[in-house]
Design a protein around this ligand. Structure first.
Ligand SMILES: [Cu+2]
Length: 144
């Protein structure tokens, strides 16, 4: 009986010690689901955008030095401008007709999103980083 009791106590002590040692590990482990949750939320937002829920978005892809991709048409209202910068230099999208309003800007290799409310019409845009405008400009139509 006594031997059994000791035999039960010893593993219990190890279990308790294990729990104590494991406490910091547990809080570290707790951070992993947090970052996973953030990723899941990000994917959820993308999915929502794809479904057309929330603000519609348009995409610009910038390289050094050009807009490789830019929308020809943009829906009216609040629109998200996504700028994918595949270049090394910083690039941005500035709307000439709105007093050179900076809508979105991204450092090399980064993607940024900016939103703006637009009324129907023709809009000229350019990248206002010095030396870029001549190669990085265009127009899009905001449709009703
Ligand atoms: Cu640029």
């Amino acid at each position: 009986m006594r031997k059994t009791y000791v035999a039960l106590l010893l593993p219990l002590a190890f279990v308790l010690a294990g729990c104590f040692d494991g406490t910091p590990e547990f809080s570290e482990a707790e951070q992993v689901p947090e970052s996973q949750r953030a990723t899941a939320e990000g994917e959820g937002d993308d999915a929502a955008g794809g479904n057309g829920e929330g603000a519609p978005s348009v995409r610009f892809v910038a390289v050094d030095i050009d807009f490789e991709e830019a929308p020809a048409e943009v829906p009216a209202g609040l629109v998200e401008f996504e700028l994918v910068n595949d270049g090394n230099a910083r690039h941005n999208v500035v709307l000439d007709d709105l007093g050179n309003e900076l809508v979105v800007e991204a450092d090399g290799g980064e993607t940024a999103v900016g939103s703006i409310e637009l009324e129907p019409g023709e809009y000229a845009y350019h990248c206002d980083i010095p030396g870029h405008e001549q190669a990085m400009s265009g127009t899009f139509t905001v449709t009703d």
